[in-house]
Design a protein around this ligand. Structure first.
Ligand code: IDP
Ligand code: MG
Length: 151
């Protein structure tokens, strides 16, 4: 099985609701290893580049606000950004995370247990996890300098 790397972001709802430790526990239990971590203040430009594939979709404007912490009143627009490494890491993290829509996510997954859909229809789903190897490579390069990731 391939050794992969993936980008994980603890989104503002995850930080606000103190779900960081729980998420890291689940990733540990899945046998995955953290190789980089930092708090990041998410600029509008970084948010828009990260979510470029969703430009034009109805949920896009609120998605940019959500990832910048506008709905959770966090200082500095902060998220926790991490890189994880391990065998089939991308799929394993997506499995731990659960489906994008918290109401459709399997019970016991992070999103299934702790995510919610707001009355405005916004998915608050606790974390971001890269979807595939191409996205993972692009996203890791967007959020981290090479020297910030353990070899
Ligand atoms: P992912 O985070 O599971 O990869 P994507 O489809 O890439 O899901 O969407 C990115 C983010 O945009 C989601 O995590 C969620 O925060 C938001 N999102 C996606 N689809 C919807 C939707 O239909 N309504 C509201 N928010 C959405
Ligand atoms: Mg995605």
């Amino acid at each position: 099985m391939p050794i992969e790397q993936t980008l994980i972001l603890i989104k503002p709802d995850g930080l606000h609701r103190r779900l960081t430790g729980l998420t890291i526990d689940r990733l540990d239990a899945a046998g995955l290893t953290m190789v980089a971590a930092k708090m990041v203040s998410v600029s509008k430009e970084l948010a828009e580049t990260h979510y470029a594939e969703h430009l034009g979709k109805p949920f896009y404007p609120n998605l940019i606000k959500y990832i910048r912490g506008v709905f959770h009143g966090l200082p500095d627009h902060r998220v926790l950004a991490m890189v994880y490494r391990g065998e089939s890491c991308i799929a394993k993290v997506r499995e731990v995370a659960g489906a994008t829509n918290p109401e459709a996510a399997a019970p016991g997954t992070i999103r299934g247990s702790f995510g919610r859909v707001t009355t405005a229809g916004q998915f608050e789903n606790v974390l971001h996890a890269s979807a595939n190897p191409t996205d993972a490579e692009r996203e890791i390069a967007l959020w981290f300098k090479k020297e910030e990731i353990l070899p």
